[in-house]
Design a protein around this ligand. Structure first.
Ligand SMILES: [Zn+2]
Length: 229
């Protein structure tokens, strides 16, 4: 079973590359085990293109700070993943990338407004952006980043598949690897379309009831999108 987690995690990391969502060693993906006490994450500095099971590090959540006996150092962003798994109890996979349009918008410090139904299929309102960090915590910077994400997420009461990481990139998630990668692809697409829409029309507008209806038919209590589970 444990071997399986290494393989699954390596595969989702290579999906980042295959889907053109990052270059070089930028980005990382993790999965959490069933009992939610360990995560599997790409080792620091590994290229997503070449990631395989030997490049995945198992991190026990409670022991994380003392976990460096492992020959490979886990991603520097491990604390972000751990804090998010603690907050998002139904999430099984988290992916962070520097995909082009998400990064452009994240470093413009913009929360993209909803201008169309593709956006409304994924977000009830704007795509959230993590909170501003005014002073870096030099000892626990990645933990601080994790909290800056969670503090923004606390203001959202609806389904939410990801967040822009301020000045930096994108973090997306899902209940499993496939859902996480699909959400990542969708959010990058929504950011690209947002950017290009703005070039054509500075103030586009979607009718609020249309926007809400699109979200609710997919994520609301009476959703009817897709097949019955
Ligand atoms: Zn990054």
């Amino acid at each position: 079973m444990s071997k399986n987690y290494f393989l699954k995690c390596a595969k989702v990391n290579t999906e980042i590359y295959k889907n053109n969502l990052s270059i070089l060693n930028f980005g990382n993906a993790s999965i959490i085990n069933k009992s939610r006490n360990s995560i599997y994450i790409k080792a620091s500095g590994i290229f997503t293109k070449k990631c395989n099971e030997k490049d995945i590090v198992k991190v026990e959540i409670k022991k994380f700070k003392n976990n460096y006996q492992n020959p490979l150092r886990p991603s520097v962003d491990t604390d972000i993943h751990i804090e998010l798994y603690k907050y998002l109890k139904n999430v099984g996979c988290i992916i962070h990338t520097h995909s082009e349009y998400s990064t452009i918008i994240a470093q413009s410090n913009i929360e993209p407004e909803c201008y169309g139904t593709t956006h409304a299929d994924y977000f009830y309102d704007k795509i959230p952006l993590s909170e501003k960090i005014y002073k870096v915590n030099k000892i626990r910077y990645e933990y601080q980043l994790g909290r800056s994400i969670i503090n923004r997420l606390k203001k959202i009461k609806k389904y939410n598949p990801g967040i822009l990481l301020r000045d930096h990139g994108l973090v997306a998630w899902g209940k499993n690897e496939q859902e996480a990668i699909n959400n990542l692809i969708a959010i990058e697409f929504i950011c690209r379309v947002y950017y290009k829409t703005k070039l054509l029309n500075k103030k586009p507008k979607i009718i609020k009831s249309v926007r809400k209806f699109h979200f609710e038919r997919k994520h609301g209590k009476k959703s009817y999108y897709g097949q019955k589970k």
